[in-house]
Design a binder for this molecule. Structure first.
Ligand SMILES: Nc1ncnc2c1ncn2[C@@H]1O[C@H](COP(=O)(O)OP(=O)(O)OP(=O)(O)O)[C@@H](O)[C@H]1O
Ligand SMILES: [Mg+2]
Length: 159
């Protein structure tokens, strides 16, 4: 179980930062760009709307390379982007902000699930959670399971 800490960044910044998208389609474009970028190389992208416990919920799914603990950490923190051109495909992402601004423009809470051959990971960026615990800085819970081990215990303890 890992708690990535965005040191010193107030939870209120999540909303402030999201207002850079005046139009929700710009926010959706951030998520599509991330799936298209060469570090993920998704060939398909699905958008759906569903209702979970009376809450409207948008889901975005891609069939790209997915995330492990390190990239989940990057995805939910600010300012980490190390994308490079792969086979002539230039990355769109550079700032390390698009997922945070885009997802928080579309909803107050985001849960990211990823599954690959070796690991399964869940991470959460949730304004509701941070408000409920009275957090003074943004913390993002991440849980990763090692799929290669039969006893599927929780993989990592960080920070
Ligand atoms: N769909 C995805 N699949 C796998 N990894 C992803 C996905 N979306 C984001 N990531 C990871 O999360 C990181 C942060 O994404 P984010 O959009 O916040 O920043 P960025 O794309 O690097 O830069 P920019 O702010 O210009 O969009 C990415 O660099 C990538 O490593
Ligand atoms: Mg991006």
């Amino acid at each position: 179980f890992s708690h990535a800490v965005n040191s010193g960044v107030s939870p209120r910044f999540l909303h402030t930062n999201s207002t850079s998208h005046t139009w929700p389609f710009g926010a959706i474009a951030e998520l599509i760009d991330n799936a298209y970028d060469p570090d993920v190389s998704a060939k398909q992208f699905w958008i759906a709307k569903t209702v979970i416990k009376d809450q409207d919920c948008l889901t975005f799914m891609d069939n790209g390379y997915g995330l492990d603990l390190r990239t989940m950490h990057k995805m939910l923190s600010f300012g980490f982007s190390d994308k490079t051109t792969v086979k002539g495909v230039q990355p769109i992402g550079i700032y390390g902000n698009g997922f945070k601004s885009g997802s928080m423009r579309l909803g107050k809470d985001a849960i990211v699930f990823s599954k690959s051959k070796s690991t399964s990971c869940v991470g959460m960026l949730s304004q509701t959670y941070l408000e409920k615990i009275g957090a003074e800085q943004i913390i993002v819970p991440i849980v990763c399971f090692d799929q290669t081990k039969s006893d599927k215990h929780i993989l990592d303890l960080m920070q």
